[in-house]
Design a protein around this ligand. Structure first.
Ligand SMILES: NC(=O)c1ccc[n+]([C@@H]2O[C@H](COP(=O)([O-])OP(=O)(O)OC[C@H]3O[C@@H](n4cnc5c(N)ncnc54)[C@H](O)[C@@H]3O)[C@@H](O)[C@H]2O)c1
Length: 326
């Protein structure tokens, strides 16, 4: 019998990729309030329910018998917490997490998987290791810090449900259009360059991230789903284990598109808490789950170029500020 999986935030970027890559092997229900997601991200084979993971009744409307719940709903990046978004961001992320984990437990779910983030590490020494002390530098990271602590307390009381927290590094891949200005820099640079518009880069462009293809993120989730029961409450990094600079990403995208668009470099307007560079130590997830990232950066970018649909492009963060510098 196929495992039944509930994915909150299932019409979003990572959620829809999980559903589309797995709807043959699991019976999947995707719950999403369409705050940023788009049901058109989902291929046939996933049951989509429009609803709010902060609402007990909406979670209950998804059904009862799930083997696995994956919580990806939430306010999904630091800029969304700016100004008026701050309180709403906390309420949405923390309330949806607590409601969903409680729903999962009451439904007798065996495995609960949730999205944490590499943002928790800030500018910690590299490579980033799960054993490092983390001090969130922004509200977004603070919500994920809360998830991890809540999961720990929850597991102490209810050890019959395994819990996996994944600190995703910088994830890119298909189905990011709905995120627009909040999408990964790879997608946003690609959307700018494809329209012959110069992306705006903060600083010298030498900042670097552990860019990880969403298919590898899905691989890790599948490994967690298929662990033996009684695995415990775990937190793992998921990344490729190396860093690539914005300048190098930029060159790779120009090459893949056969273009030579030049960026605009501006002084970094983010004065506090800007992350200069990150890459993960992935030893733990390799040893304990057998994780093996497969998609090379060039390959992932070429696939995005091949499937690019310019009609779907929304405003990028560069679109919002370019006029000030050109
Ligand atoms: N993309 C990355 O690089 C990255 C890195 C680290 C962590 N994460 C985390 O992974 C998760 C998924 O991220 P994503 O990149 O797919 O972002 P996303 O914004 O595309 O996905 C989140 C989805 O949740 C939905 N949603 C938000 N609040 C909801 C609610 N209360 N009820 C139901 N649905 C709700 C949104 O409409 C959206 O479809 C998020 O928790 C994010 O913080 C992402």
């Amino acid at each position: 019998m196929k495992k039944r999986v509930l994915v909150t935030g299932g019409a979003g970027f990572i959620g829809s990729n999980f559903c589309n890559l797995n709807n043959n092997q699991y019976e999947i229900v995707a719950l999403d309030n369409l705050f940023l997601g788009d049901p058109r991200n989902l291929n046939e084979g996933t049951t989509f329910i429009e609803g709010d993971a902060c609402q007990k009744s909406d979670l209950e409307s998804c059904g009862e018998k799930f083997d696995v719940v994956i919580h990806l709903a939430g306010t999904s990046s630091a800029p969304m917490f700016m100004d008026d978004g701050m309180a709403e961001g906390y309420i949405n992320s923390v309330a949806s997490f607590v409601r969903t984990i409680e729903f999962a437990r009451k439904a007798g779910v065996k495995k609960f998987i949730y999205a944490s983030t590499s943002s928790l590490y800030g500018n910690n020494p590299l490579p980033l290791v799960e054993t490092q002390t983390v001090t969130p530098l922004n509200h977004y990271a603070a919500t994920k810090f809360c998830y991890e602590h809540c999961a720990k307390c929850f597991y102490q009381v209810y050890p019959e449900m395994d819990i996996f927290g994944f600190r995703f590094m910088s994830v890119y891949g298909p189905n990011e259009e709905a995120k627009g200005q909040f999408a990964n820099m790879i997608s946003q640079f690609l959307w700018d360059i494809a329209r012959d518009l110069p992306p705006v880069i903060y600083g010298d462009g030498e900042q670097f991230r552990d860019f990880t293809n969403v298919a590898d993120i899905v691989q890790a989730m599948n490994l967690a789903i298929n662990t033996p029961e009684g695995f415990g409450n775990k937190v793992y990094n998921i990344g490729r284990g190396d860093g690539t600079s914005f300048n190098d990403i930029f060159k790779t995208i120009n090459t893949a598109l056969d273009k030579s668009v030049a960026p605009i470099y501006i002084p970094n307007p983010v004065k506090e808490g800007y992350v200069r560079g990150q890459y993960a130590d992935i030893d733990l997830i390799q040893k304990e789950l057998g994780f093996d990232p497969k998609i090379e950066l060039e390959e992932g970018i070429e696939a995005l170029v091949k499937n690019l649909d310019k009609t779907k492009i929304k405003e990028t963060s560069s679109d919002l500020i370019r006029h000030k510098f050109v």
